[in-house]
Design a protein around this ligand. Structure first.
Ligand code: NAD
Length: 491
């Protein structure tokens, strides 16, 4: 089954104070599909004045929104989930068109997961209980939670609707008004969502500003009218955003880059074929869904006594990946999200070769026919080398996996933790000791054992080291969007 490119209007403005508005300066930028480089639409190229208008609208709405009940807010979050669900295929198509990822992924993962995050936080606020203790017979000590106020959120292009759905529900559930800036490469699904839910929230509660980082993101993150900045993106951009937010002493959460190890111990090669197949899929499929995932298992570590046999199977599976039109349901790996990203990935493949890495699979562009020849396709690539190489240390954010071998547990951990990042990791073993002790010793915020790439809404997600701080998902997320007031009441 194959789908085709969805239709769009000629241009889209920002969504401020409950309606679409033209950018103040009247400028728009062109957004193109990485599938075939065709024009999608034009989007508002926002500047400081647009940000000022959004911040003013959010501040005007904050007081009333902050006073709504948890039940009222939960009902609206559930309504958003229902609307996305009723239009799931349309959202999946728009996401594939904008980002280039295979329709199989957007239909089965990105959009369903997005829906679940809205429902999860609707449930979280309904289930919360307050706390009160007696200090003495005449004094009650009560803790209550209050919204932080107006929240600025800035997100990347790799999971446009999902990143939005990680950010908005907890902030809104906590009673904050929000201004969110999607990535300039992928503004479409956020816009579609605003079209569908324009009347759900009171005007000003939820605002979307389009545009580029330095022109729209910077004035938003540094605005004195916001009370919190939540960011997902590259580590170097996160460092800038922290500087901007510090001017207002605003709290920040940072979800940044990664270089995740995926460790395969020798017990994966025992007799059980089903387990071995799962492990091979774990090495291949979770790395090669375009590779544009912050937790992409981009470093494969294999125990030396199984290395040759295991890698032979991994390489064969990698070469069998079906790269075709991303709108085709059988496509396993789509286009890279932009020309910049495409060029960056190719430059890293070149660097890997120059460093002496051996190419076990891929290593070049993938040439597709017809209009797809204008798109950004790269072969799934495996580079064999050692952990000091740049391709093992720097985030490539593409379908490039660096592979090396280790002798024992100690060496596996030494290599795994020898990175500036600490976002995700995978461990594959049937040894009971390793099942627990290896993930305990890895310095990362999420470790999958005998699985990979599951992102349930209830599981806290976030980084150690240069992968950031603060957590997404889980009910603890609510604490990133609220402050606690203690009241000592004597009676
Ligand atoms: P990026 O940092 O270039 O851009 C992210 C967002 O920041 C975009 O909206 C962009 O317009 C904005 N921005 C850029 N410069 C800015 C500035 N000076 N001021 C304000 N805003 C600015 O990142 P990207 O290339 O869009 O995304 C890829 C990165 O995101 C990777 O490093 C990936 O690991 C990371 N990521 C992390 C997570 C996570 O949860 N940890 C999830 C997804 C992606």
């Amino acid at each position: 089954m194959s789908y085709s490119k969805p239709t769009f209007k000629e241009k889209y403005g920002n969504f401020i104070n409950g309606k679409f508005v033209n950018p103040v300066g009247g400028a728009y930028f062109e957004n193109r599909s990485p599938i075939d480089n065709s024009l999608i639409a034009k989007y508002a190229r926002s500047q400081k004045e647009d940000v000022n208008n959004a911040v003013a609208a959010a501040n005007a709405a904050q007081d009333a929104w902050g006073k709504t009940s948890a039940a009222e807010r939960a009902a609206l979050l559930n309504k958003v989930a229902d609307i996305i669900e009723a239009n799931l295929e349309e959202f999946a198509l728009v996401e594939t068109c904008d980002n280039g990822k295979a329709i199989r992924e957007t239909l089965n993962a990105d959009i369903p997961l997005s829906i679940d995050h809205w429902r999860y936080f609707a449930a979280v606020i309904r289930a919360e209980e307050g706390s009160a203790t007696e200090l003495d017979a005449n004094t009650l000590s009560m803790n209550i939670k209050e919204p932080l106020g107006v929240v600025a959120q800035i997100i990347p292009w790799n999971f446009p609707l999902l990143m939005l759905s990680w950010k908005l529900p907890p902030a809104l559930a906590a009673g904050n008004c929000v201004i969110l800036k999607p990535a300039e490469q992928t503004p479409s699904s956020a816009t579609l969502l605003m079209e569908k839910i324009a009347d759900v929230f009171p005007p000003g509660v939820l605002n979307i500003i389009h545009g580029f980082g330095p022109e729209a993101g910077k004035p938003l993150a540094s605005h004195s009218g916001v009370n919190k900045v939540a960011f997902t993106g590259e580590t170097t951009t996160g460092q800038l955003i922290m500087q901007y937010a510090s001017k207002n002493l605003n709290p920040v959460t940072m979800e940044l880059g990664g270089k995740s190890p995926n460790i395969f111990f020798n017990s994966v090669m025992d007799e059980d074929d089903a387990f071995l197949d799962k492990a091979i899929e774990g090495a291949v499929l979770f790395a090669f869904n375009q590779g544009e995932v912050c937790t992409c298992p981009s470093r494969i570590l294999v125990q030396e006594d199984i290395y040759d046999k295991f890698m032979e199977k991994v390489v064969a599976r990698t070469k069998a990946i079906n790269q075709t039109n991303p709108y085709d349901i059988n496509c396993m790996m789509g286009a890279q999200a932009s020309n910049d990203q495409y060029e960056k990935i190719l430059s890293y493949i070149k660097i890997g070769k120059e460093e002496g890495a051996k190419v076990l699979a891929g290593g070049d562009v993938c040439k597709l026919e017809g209009e797809l020849a204008n798109g950004y396709y790269i072969q799934p690539t495996i580079l064999e080398g050692h952990n000091k190489m740049r391709v093992f240390q720097e985030e490539i954010f593409g379908p490039v996996v660096a592979v090396t071998k280790f002798k024992d547990e100690a060496e596996a951990l030494e290599i795994a933790n020898d990175t500036l990042y600490g976002l995700g990791a995978g461990v594959w073993t049937r040894d009971a000791h390793q099942l627990y002790q290896i993930p305990r010793a890895i310095k990362a915020g999420r470790v999958w054992v005998n699985c990979y790439h599951a992102y349930p809404a209830h599981a806290p997600f976030g980084g150690y080291k240069k992968s950031g701080f603060g957590r997404e998902n889980h009910l603890m997320m609510m604490n990133h969007y609220r402050q606690t007031k203690n009241m000592l009441i004597s009676y």
